[in-house]
Design a protein around this ligand. Structure first.
Ligand code: PLP
Length: 466
């Protein structure tokens, strides 16, 4: 499958290269190879301009949970467009989809979260969550509780605050980030960060102790919240070891530090329950969600807030005369209507039950990739997983990062027919639409397995060279 063509100005590829500055793209590679134009989608498949069909094994960007042509979502958007294509929620105005969606989200929220606020993206939701923490702490007479702890390898978005929380160099290099209100602590990546001979439970004790040391060093009175993805997605699909979140939660409670659960990927069934917080027993004070909220058909994100936090926010806002935060498109009626239909559809079609029933096969097929020598570690839960490459079998010895092995692997697998995503730490992520069938899981992994022997040979050469 040759995608590297048609880059002259008379072709769409050439016009894209000429006029479109792409997010998260290497401009030199784009200029050389041209963009890949996806033109249609059906279920778990997308088709490109040259009629090549792919399994979308990443649900786009971990988001298109109901697949690429769910008519009910299209109809919900069209109906709402006809009825009221825009209204805002400033100065006490609202619309029916906004009311219905807020009520619905609160009814399914974990840990008794009581009110919903809306933005347009995961990044905006996380920026808003931080402003809410600051506002809440100020309402309690603790304005100095401004620092936010996030975890290394965490991904929380790209706006100024969110990019500072994100602890991946590719989102910070060149921007002079992170801003200094963010403090980073270890991530629970036992495979890579566990010491030789250290058990998983010893690892958990050590990294939670590191967190406590950080809190003591910075001073708990200066720390407002910690933000965590239940399963860390873009950082490498890092699944927390047993007991990790329980210990983390205890430490936060001990020092009166709020927990923000970033459910932008995990929310709405990805880990097998409605929320990653349920899968791992998190008790968030604030929860952010986006992506699968509308199956990514339209941009919308939400922040769910505990009664204590919302009480503080509303009190200070009343004292000041206004809650001075919001977006033109907060609770936009069209994405809100699509999101509401998405949640209803999940119930009508028993999507959570479907994920639970097919997850064991998905986990088994991810696990089976360990048979290949270049795969040092696999991990999966619900319908999210990863394989992590190594240069020397049965070790943690990595291939020289300059080789960009996982990027090459991603390209070969895509040429074979499955779109996946290379992740930091030389890993490849799997995150198919939640509607994937058993046959399609087998089709996806059968296709990936055709490429694995080639990757084994490549890894052997590169690993042997070092
Ligand atoms: C966990 C998490 N939080 C936040 C974001 C940012 O979302 P957005 O790209 O919609 O701003 C992402 C995006 O991938 C994410 O994975």
């Amino acid at each position: 499958m040759n995608l590297e063509k048609n880059i002259g100005i008379n072709f769409p590829e050439g016009r894209d290269t000429a006029f479109h500055l792409h997010p998260y793209t290497n401009p030199t590679n784009l200029a050389d190879a041209g963009p890949h134009i996806i033109s249609s989608g059906e279920g778990i498949y997308v088709t490109d301009k040259d009629n090549n069909k792919f399994i979308e094994g990443m649900s786009g960007l971990w988001c298109t949970s109901l697949g690429f042509n769910e008519p009910e979502l299209v109809e919900a958007a069209v109906k709402q467009m006809r009825e009221l294509p825009f209204y805002h929620s400033f100065t006490g105005k609202t619309s029916n989809p906004a009311i219905d969606l807020a009520e619905k989200l609160v009814s399914i929220a974990p840990n008794n979260l009581k009110k919903a606020f809306f933005c347009n993206s995961g990044s905006e939701a996380n920026d808003t969550a931080i402003k809410m923490v600051w506002y809440f702490q100020a309402s309690q007479g603790r304005p100095e509780k401004k620092k936010i702890i996030s975890r290394k390898r965490g991904y929380h978005g790209v706006t100024l605050a969110a990019a500072s929380l994100t602890a991946l160099p590719y989102a910070q290099d060149g921007f002079g980030l992170p801003l200094d209100f963010v403090k980073h602590t270890s991530s629970p990546h036992y495979f890579m960060d566990g010491f030789e001979g250290e058990s998983e439970s010893e690892f958990v004790i050590r990294i939670i102790q590191e967190l406590e040391d950080l809190i003591k060093r910075e001073g708990a009175e200066t720390i407002g919240a910690l933000i965590a993805e239940p399963v860390m997605g873009a950082g490498g699909v890092i699944i927390p070891p047993k007991g990790y979140f329980e210990a983390l939660q205890k430490t936060l409670d001990k020092y009166s530090i709020l927990l923000i659960a970033d459910e932008v990927i995990c929310g709405f069934g990805r880990t097998g329950n409605m929320w990653g917080s349920e899968t791992y027993g998190l008790k968030p004070d604030i929860l952010t969600c986006a992506k699968a909220l509308s199956s990514a058909y339209l941009p919308i994100s939400g922040i769910l807030v505990s009664s204590e936090v919302v009480g503080g926010i509303e009190k200070l806002a009343s004292d000041l005369g206004i809650f001075g935060h919001g977006y033109t498109y907060s609770a936009h009626p069209v994405p809100a209507a699509v999101a509401l239909r998405t949640l209803e559809h999940m119930e009508d079609r028993f999507i959570l039950e479907h994920v639970s029933s097919i997850s064991p096969l998905f986990v088994e097929r991810v696990d089976k990739l360990k048979q290949f020598n270049c795969v040092g570690h696999t991990r999966a839960v619900g319908l999210i997983g990863a394989m992590e490459f190594v240069g020397i079998p049965h070790t943690r010895k990595k291939i020289d990062p300059k080789e960009k092995f996982s990027v090459k692997a991603q390209k070969l697998i895509q040429d074979a027919g499955v779109i996946l995503r290379s992740l930091p730490g030389d890993a490849i992520g799997f995150c198919p639409p939640l509607i994937i069938s058993e046959n399609q899981i087998n089709e996806m992994f059968d296709c990936i397995e055709t490429v694995m022997p080639i990757l084994d040979d490549m890894a052997y050469e590169l690993g042997g060279k070092r």
